[in-house]
Design a binder for this molecule. Structure first.
Ligand code: ZN
Length: 322
């Protein structure tokens, strides 16, 4: 009850425009605490009149809920995952803003969009890692093949389709595997962050992306992943980004590869960690990719995108040293 009253209060304050100073661009909190994140998601559920549906897909090793927020009821299903690596935060606030923009309100475009697609976001897949401000989950007794003894597992190496969720030693990866199997998305996009790099022309790379590179991914999901990559890159570059390919590995435990093997158009997006002055830009860039991918799916333009264009995205260059 207290929670409901609080949410109504938040809605009223937000509606009155009391959150941001008049005339200032609204700043998005780049690192909401996990408690604050839950408050925001349930506030969206309330303010959207139930168009945004929030539910836990399970709990982290330390008992924090891992949230799914779902919006839309169309036949095309998209899964976005943010923050598998706890210290790569910016996909999460972008996803919250995305959910607000597509879920809260009832204008004709929103209604049309929600009739075409269903977007499910695993918002902050690794809440323990976020709270510890590290890459791994929290499992200090583990001596993992991928991860760090004394800390935990690298969740994004434990999506191998050959490993059943109940046998998955990385708890939160098992949760995502189960959620994926239930939802069966056509498209899956995994948001991460990387260091700083320059491209061949000397301009800084602001983000990198890649489709599945593991052997055995069928032609159709591979083409779809390349189409998603082209649409994301075009939208991000239009907003001032400079997107390259990401030189990722071919191990099938990586989500990008695993969900490609399972038949989704599966893409990794890595925002460069360009420091505090660029965080709002990077959140906006991730947000632009979410809108572009879902809009192009909804209006069918994704399927008319030339997948070969993905191969013309330039490679990532050298690390930036300054
Ligand atoms: Zn990462």
């Amino acid at each position: 009850m207290r929670f409901a009253l609080f949410s109504v209060l938040v809605a009223v304050v937000t509606a009155l425009g009391l959150v941001a100073p008049a005339g200032a661009a609204r700043e998005i909190d780049p690192r909401p605490s996990t408690e604050e994140l839950a408050r925001r998601l349930f506030d969206l559920q309330l303010r959207s009149g139930g168009e945004v549906r929030v539910a836990p897909i399970g709990a982290s090793n330390q008992g924090r809920p891992v949230w799914s927020a779902r919006v839309g009821h169309g036949p095309q299903r998209l899964l976005f995952v943010t923050q598998q690596h706890g210290d790569e935060p910016l996909g999460t606030p972008a996803a919250v803003e995305f959910l607000r923009e597509v879920g809260v309100g009832n204008d004709p475009h929103q209604r049309w969009w929600r009739d075409q697609v269903t977007v499910d976001v695993v918002v902050r897949a690794n809440p323990d890692g976020h709270e510890h401000d590290w890459r791994y989950n929290y499992d200090p007794d583990a001596d993992p093949e991928f991860g760090e003894a004394g800390k935990g597992y690298d969740i994004n190496r434990y999506h191998d389709p050959a490993v059943a969720p109940q046998d998955n030693p990385a708890t939160e990866a098992g949760l995502i595997q189960r959620h994926y199997a239930e939802f069966r998305p056509h498209i899956a996009v995994d948001y991460h962050m990387q260091g700083r790099y320059v491209g061949g022309d000397g301009r800084e790379i602001t983000a990198s992306l890649m489709w599945p590179t593991t052997p055995g991914v069928a032609a159709e999901p591979l083409n779809l992943a390349k189409q998603v990559s082209v649409v994301a890159r075009t939208a991000m570059d239009a907003g001032g980004a400079n997107v390259s390919q990401y030189p990722g590995g071919d191990y099938q435990g990586i989500a990008r590869n695993a969900y490609g093997l399972l038949g989704s158009g599966s893409v990794l997006i890595e925002l460069s960690d360009m420091g505090p002055d660029h965080e709002q830009f990077q959140i906006a860039s991730a947000l632009a990719s979410m809108h572009a991918i879902s809009n192009a799916t909804a209006d069918g333009s994704l399927r008319n995108t030339d997948p070969a264009e993905a191969d013309t995205i330039p490679p990532r260059g050298e690390p930036l040293t300054s």
